[in-house]
Design a protein around this ligand. Structure first.
Ligand code: NDP
Length: 286
């Protein structure tokens, strides 16, 4: 299938190049038209208007900052969406994604939501994968074309699902990266370089990775045997990390949030249970 791509930030540009390399005809449109120049030189077709871009192909991919950008671009196009399959690969909340699917359906278009799990330079390579959700028959029809940008991973009919997987994994990713920076800031108060920390951090992250299966088993079964690392012992450590950060004069928001999970789990009677019992505190709002 030939494709229309709307949104030519780093991600949209990477997708266009992947489609061109795979021999697809690609029509492009971007609010700032000059961002299409290099792609047009590389073989993409420039649409002068959004309506022209929609008219060019049945399959329309959106790569925008958020879902509001989709409304800004598509709302004025009136009937041009009828019969289109819109694959929205922009980041936003699952709820806004569901609302957008209904908005498009009311205009005669089908929406498949996508969440790209790799940075732009990895798009189109073997390591690239993308979560999708939405009506399965529609997904099945366009799946071969979607394979060009990365391995498609279909999660279900609810359009919000791809976004939920995406945000859950980004939650893990961003928190882990901030935790590394916080850890570097803490050790850095003694003049230690971040590079010195890297081999130790690498070992610790491997340890955390090795704990995921057991943790998931506890979370899914709702049982948290505390014979090894219980919440009380881990909570004392969380308190020490917070106090050390405070003494060092660095930001305390992240360790304070972690300690708060332990405090609530212990207050709820989970002190002797595994630290995985914090899931109950995390599931309920503070
Ligand atoms: P941006 O998030 O900066 O997306 C920029 C694109 O959105 C541009 O084409 C921009 O147009 C357009 N845009 C934003 N707001 C509007 C608006 N109100 N009206 C019209 N167009 C608008 O860059 P990326 O390409 O990096 O990301 C695209 C999506 O992909 C995002 O949702 C991001 O979270 C996701 N993603 C990105 C990754 C990456 O490595 N870059 C990795 C994984 C996911 P203009 O050029 O005119 O400003």
């Amino acid at each position: 299938m030939n494709v229309t791509l709307i949104g030519l930030g780093p991600m949209g540009q990477a997708m266009v190049r992947s489609y061109l390399a795979a021999g697809h005809e690609v029509t492009v449109w971007n609010r700032t038209a000059s961002r299409a120049d290099e792609l047009v030189a590389a073989g993409a077709k420039r649409a002068e208007t959004v309506v022209d871009a929609l008219a060019a192909n049945e399959l329309v991919l959106l790569s925008l900052t958020d879902y509001q950008a989709m409304y800004d671009i598509l709302a004025p196009t009136e009937d041009a969406l009828r019969g289109k399959i819109v694959v929205n690969l922009s980041s936003d909340t699952p709820e806004r994604t569901r609302v957008a699917a209904e908005w498009l359906a009311a205009r005669g278009a089908e929406m498949i939501a996508g969440g790209i799990m790799v940075p732009a330079p990895v798009v189109g390579t073997e390591g690239s994968f993308v979560f999708y959700s939405g009506a399965q028959p529609v997904f099945d029809r366009i799946e071969p074309a979607l394979r060009v940008i990365g391995r498609p991973d279909y999660r279900g009919a609810d359009p919000g699902l791809a976004q939920l997987y995406y945000q859950s994994l980004l939650d893990l990713f961003l928190t882990t990266l901030s935790a590394f920076l916080h850890s570097a800031a803490l050790v850095g108060t003694a003049g230690v370089s971040a590079a010195t920390l890297v081999p130790y951090a690498t070992e610790l992250l491997a340890l955390a990775q090795s704990m995921l299966d057991e943790t998931a088993k506890n979370v899914d079964s709702g049982t948290h045997p505390g014979d090894q690392a219980n919440a009380k012992m881990m909570g004392a450590t969380a308190d020490h990390v917070l106090a050390a950060s405070r003494d060092a004069g660095i930001d305390t928001a992240l360790p304070a949030a972690v300690k708060e999970h332990y405090d609530r789990a212990i207050a709820a009677g989970h002190g002797r249970d595994s630290w995985s019992s914090l899931i109950d505190a995390i599931r309920s709002k503070a």
